[in-house]
Design a protein around this ligand. Structure first.
Ligand code: AMP
Length: 418
C-alpha cells in the first residue's frame, strides 16, 4: 500500500518522498489509519518493522495541522540510543511538518540539562525521553504536560524488564486523563497485558512480530570453552575480509573490554558500546560504526533492540543471551530489509541449555561446529548437562541529558521534484 492511500497530509507526503519511503510496511498500514482515527493502540512489533514511522507519521500529521507552543506528545523509550534514534526520525520528518522535538536522556552534562530544562519549560511539541530522566525534570515542576494529547511507549516490554513501571505511572499522572495512548512492545508477556489494561482504552490491536529470525540470516554456532573464545573471534574476523560491519554481543559489560582487547590485538579498528562508557563515548562509537569507519563494534544488549544500523554483515554472540527473544533481536541486527547476513553464536557448556531453548523458540536447529583443531577440542553438545541461568547480563538503563531539536521550515516541493 502506498502512503497516499493512508490519509496523510501533503506535508507528510513531502517528507516521505524525501526520505525515500515509497510503500508502507505492514505495521504502518494498520497503525496509521487507527491512530488517525483516534484509537488507542496495542502493537506487538519489533525493530525493523517500521514501527517508529508507524507512530510518528500520524502524530506529525495531526500536530502539523494545529501549530501550538505546548507539549502535545510524549514518547517514552527505554534507552538513550533509542531516544536519540526516535528523535532523529522525528526531526527528519518534521523538517517538513514544522513540528519541534526534544530528546531527554541520561548521562549528559549540567549544560545539557539546562538546555533540556529550557525546552521543557517552553514546551516542545514532542518530547522523547527515557523514563528516569523525565522523572528528574518533572520533579522540578517546570514541565507542563497538561496539554498532552499523545502518550507513546516504545519497547514497553524492555522498560518493564528494566524496572521502569512505577516511573511510567508517575509520568502518566502529569498528563490529562483524556489522551491517545500508543503502546509498542516487541513481546506480549502478561505484564504488558496488565499495563495495557491499566493504560489503554479499548485499544486497536496489531501483532506483527513473530519471534523468528529473518530467512536471510545464515545462523551457525561454535561449541567452545571460554578460553577459546577470544582466539575464535579473531579467526572469524580474520577469515572474513569482505565483511565491513561486524557486531559482537556480550551479555556482560565486563566481557566487552576483554573482547575489545582481543580484537584490537590483531590491529583491527574496534569500538565498544556499554553502559560503562559515558554518553559521548557511546555516541562517538556508534557514529563511527554507522559510517563504516570502525569495522567491529562490541556491545551489550543495549544495542540488540531498537538500534538501526544498515548493512551489518556478521553478528557474533560471544555468549548466549539469557532470553531467547534477545537472541532474535541480536541476530536481527543483520540481514535487515532484503539483505543477507551471518550470525554466529559461541556456546560454552553452561550456555547449552539456554541455546536449546532458543532453538525451540525459533523452531530451528542451528548447525553446531567444533572449534578449529589448532585451538584444542570443543565441549560436546549436551544441553541437559548445563545449568540454566549462567552469568547475569549487562543490561544498561537509559536514565537521563540532551539537546533540543525541531525545525519549523515548511516546504511543498515534492510535487515539483517529481
Ligand atoms: P524501525 O522498525 O522503526 O526501527 O525502522 C527500521 C528502518 O526502516 C528505519 O531505518 C526506517 O527509516 C526504515 N523504514 C521504516 N518504514 C519504511 C518504509 N515504509 N519504507 C522504507 N524504509 C522504511
Amino acid at each position: 500500500m502506498t502512503f497516499d492511500e493512508l490519509g496523510l497530509n501533503d506535508l507528510i507526503q513531502d517528507a516521505l518522498y524525501y526520505m525515500g519511503f515509497e510503500k508502507a510496511t505492514p505495521i504502518q498500514e494498520q497503525a496509521i489509519p487507527a491512530i488517525l482515527d483516534k484509537r488507542d493502540l496495542l502493537a506487538c512489533a519489533q525493530t525493523g518493522t517500521g514501527k517508529t514511522a508507524a507512530f510518528i507519521l500520524p502524530v506529525l500529521n495531526e500536530l502539523s495541522e494545529r501549530p501550538s507552543k505546548r507539549t502535545r506528545c510524549v514518547v517514552i523509550a527505554p534507552t538513550r540510543e533509542l531516544v536519540i534514534q526516535i528523535d532523529q526520525q522525528i526531526q527528519a520528518f518534521s523538517y517538513f511538518a514544522g513540528v519541534g522535538t526534544i530528546p531527554v536522556y541520561g548521562g549528559t552534562s549540567g549544560k545539557e540539562f539546562e538546555q533540556e530544562k529550557k525546552a521543557l519549560a517552553h514546551g516542545a511539541d514532542i518530547v522523547v525521553a527515557t523514563p528516569g530522566k523525565l522523572i528528574t525534570h518533572l520533579n522540578f515542576k517546570y514541565t507542563d504536560f497538561s496539554q498532552v494529547e499523545y502518550l507513546i511507549l516504545d519497547e514497553a516490554d524492555r522498560m518493564l524488564d528494566m524496572g521502569f513501571h512505577d516511573d511510567i505511572m508517575r509520568i502518566v499522572k502529569h498528563m490529562p486523563k483524556t489522551r491517545q495512548n500508543l503502546l509498542f512492545s516487541a513481546t506480549m508477556p502478561p505484564k504488558i497485558r496488565s499495563l495495557s489494561k491499566a493504560m489503554l482504552n479499548n485499544p486497536f490491536e496489531i501483532s506483527i512480530a513473530i519471534s523468528k529470525p529473518s530467512a536471510g540470516i545464515l545462523q551457525a554456532a561454535y561449541l567452545t570453552h571460554d578460553e577459546q573464545k577470544a582466539k575464535l573471534i579473531r579467526k572469524l574476523i580474520n577469515d572474513k575480509p569482505a565483511y565491513k560491519s561486524i557486531l559482537v554481543f556480550s551479555s556482560t559489560k565486563k566481557n566487552v573490554g576483554t573482547i575489545v582487547r582481543a580484537i584490537s590485538k590483531q590491529g583491527y579498528e574496534v569500538a565498544a558500546v556499554s553502559s560503562d562508557l559515558d554518553q559521548k563515548e557511546r555516541e562517538a562509537a556508534l557514529r563511527s560504526f554507522k559510517s563504516k569507519q570502525t569495522r567491529v563494534i562490541v556491545a551489550t544488549d543495549v544495542l540488540s533492540r531498537g538500534i538501526d544500523v544498515a548493512d551489518i554483515n556478521l553478528v557474533i554472540n560471544y555468549d548466549v543471551p539469557r532470553d531467547a527473544e534477545d537472541y532474535v533481536h541480536r541476530i536481527g541486527r543483520t540481514a535487515r530489509a532484503d539483505t543477507t547476513g551471518v550470525a554466529i553464536t559461541l556456546i560454552n557448556q553452561d550456555d547449552m541449555y539456554k541455546f536449546s531453548k532458543i532453538e525451540k523458540l525459533i523452531e530451528q536447529e542451528i548447525v553446531k561446529l567444533k572449534v578449529p583443531e589448532e585451538m584444542g577440542t570443543s565441549p560436546e553438545w549436551n544441553p541437559k548437562k548445563s545449568s540454566y541461568g549462567g552469568a547475569g547480563r549487562g543490561k544498561s538503563g537509559g536514565k537521563s541529558g540532551g539537546r533540543s531539536g525541531g525545525n519549523r521550515n515548511k516546504s511543498n516541493s515534492r510535487n515539483k521534484k517529481r
